[in-house]
Design a protein around this ligand. Structure first.
Ligand code: SAJ
Length: 412
């Protein structure tokens, strides 16, 4: 392979698709990941997670000869940091992976290099990356390199479409930095590129995800309120949404994944006394799994049964991602607090139970058919397409807890 144009650090849910679309759009890309399994799998031509079109895009990138993958950063004209930014046990942001990536690329950087931070980050992180690079390189003067934050915006399930079509916000440490980064995105993105400064871009991304969290919290609170008042929440939402200026989101068993449930904490942590609404929304969404647990236990008691079927473990529909999933949390609590209850789980996107559930003797992963054949109580936690197609005559014989309102549409 000839000289590397872009070195992407972190080949997870964002770094991998970004590397692939860059490679298929003509850039020479070197992808870097600390996981040997990820590197081996990609070098063997296999996509590392379930996402529509990802395998085909990997095949296409390999065919261009524009893609290489290893666990070491290499010299390149542009570096993209796409590593995780989790929260710690005290819910404060942990940017150590970003700073570690900055240290890795700092050794290769030259005057005129472009560094882009894609990871969702607390306000001020792009400046911290600049500081980390310059403090380890006495030979570079501030302004010698271009630095920008270009937060990712893709939604799992539609990543490859959104990565090339969504508008992007590019925030530079200077206007020139933003312009330089925007040029790279223009090579593969047909959406508009909006230039701003790095801090504005950081806060914009956190505002987007917090906005969604607050709106889902409203739907979740409404669903609990409707339950208390004996009204169907989905009827209310569907009727309220007929108003031209109302658009209530969908309630569920809680908010999962590693973005919507995490990013609001970056804001709360930065400005604890100015983020009351954002914190309240987090608390509402975090309380929803407990509410569902109580519903299940109540149904078990009133039925006199000692087993249930749980449909879905993923954090949302049609993905294989179990990270931060409220469904996993619900099953774990149920198993832990009800040792006499047998829990049969159907999750078509996984072949084994996640570590958190694997140790429970009363939790078993089964096929959907066997769960439905055997169980009277059926709890829907994820609205996967497979669950939409269950025969309504089968469902009509069950005691149902439908946390997503999926079967309501089937008029069961
Ligand atoms: N959820 C509901 N009700 C809804 C919508 C979602 O309960 O009406 C739940 C889902 O089931 C899931 C969680 O919320 O548990 C989050 O799912 P999501 O589809 O809202 O979002 P993510 O986490 O898959 O992706 C979000 C997106 N952000 C926004 O829509 C503002 C995506 O564009 C971001 O790129 C992504 O976060 C990210 O990585 O930041």
């Amino acid at each position: 392979m000839s000289e590397v144009d872009v070195c992407v650090v972190g080949l997870g849910y964002i770094g991998l698709p970004t590397s692939l679309v860059l490679a298929t759009s003509g850039s020479n890309v070197h992808g870097v990941d600390i996981s040997d399994t990820v590197v081996e799998q990609l070098n063997a031509g296999q996509a590392t997670f379930e996402e529509p079109g990802l395998q085909e895009c990997l095949d296409a990138a390999i065919a261009t000869n524009n893609l290489s993958v290893s666990n070491r950063t290499v010299p390149a004209s542009t570096y993209i940091i796409a590593v995780p930014t989790p929260i710690g046990s005290d819910r404060s942001p942990d940017i150590s992976y970003v700073l570690a990536a900055a240290a890795q690329i700092a050794v290769h950087i030259q005057s005129g290099s472009l560094v882009i931070l894609e990871s969702t980050s607390p306000v001020g992180t792009t400046e911290a990356v600049a500081k980390a690079i310059y403090s380890s390189r006495d030979d570079l003067d501030p302004g010698d390199i271009f630095l920008a934050h270009c937060p990712e915006r893709v939604i799992p399930g539609h990543m490859l479409h959104e990565i090339t079509t969504n508008d992007r916000v590019v925030g530079g440490l200077s206007f020139e930095d933003a312009e330089k980064a925007a040029d790279l995105y223009r090579t593969f993105c047909t959406g508009s590129i909006h230039l701003t400064d790095a801090r504005t871009a950081e806060l914009t991304k956190l505002a987007e995800n917090s906005f969604r969290d607050v709106n889902i919290a409203f739907a979740n609170e409404l669903s609990m309120l409707a339950d208390e008042l004996g009204v169907d929440a989905w009827d209310v939402i569907s009727l309220a949404n007929k108003h031209p200026r109302v658009n209530i989101l969908q309630p569920g068993p809680g908010v999962g994944g590693h973005c919507i449930a995490v990013d609001p904490w970056f804001l709360i942590s930065s400005a604890p006394s100015t983020t009351e609404l954002i914190r309240a929304a987090r608390n509402v969404n975090d309380s929803k799994p407990l509410f569902v647990n109580r519903q299940i236990v109540q149904e078990v008691k009133s039925s006199g049964r000692n087993s249930v079927a749980i449909l879905g473990l993923a954090f949302k529909a049609n993905v294989d991602d179990l990270r931060g999933s409220p469904a996993v949390e619900i099953v774990e609590r149920l198993a832990l607090e009800n040792t006499d209850l047998m829990i049969h789980v159907a999750e078509p996107f996984v072949s084994e139970l996640p570590e958190r559930l694997g140790g429970f003797p009363n939790v078993r992963l089964e096929s959907l058919e066997s769960c439905l054949d055997r169980e009277e109580i059926v709890v829907l936690l994820v609205d996967h397409d497979q669950f939409k197609n269950i025969d309504s005559t089968v469902l009509s014989t069950k005691r149902l807890i439908d946390t997503r309102g999926l079967w309501r549409e089937l008029n069961v």
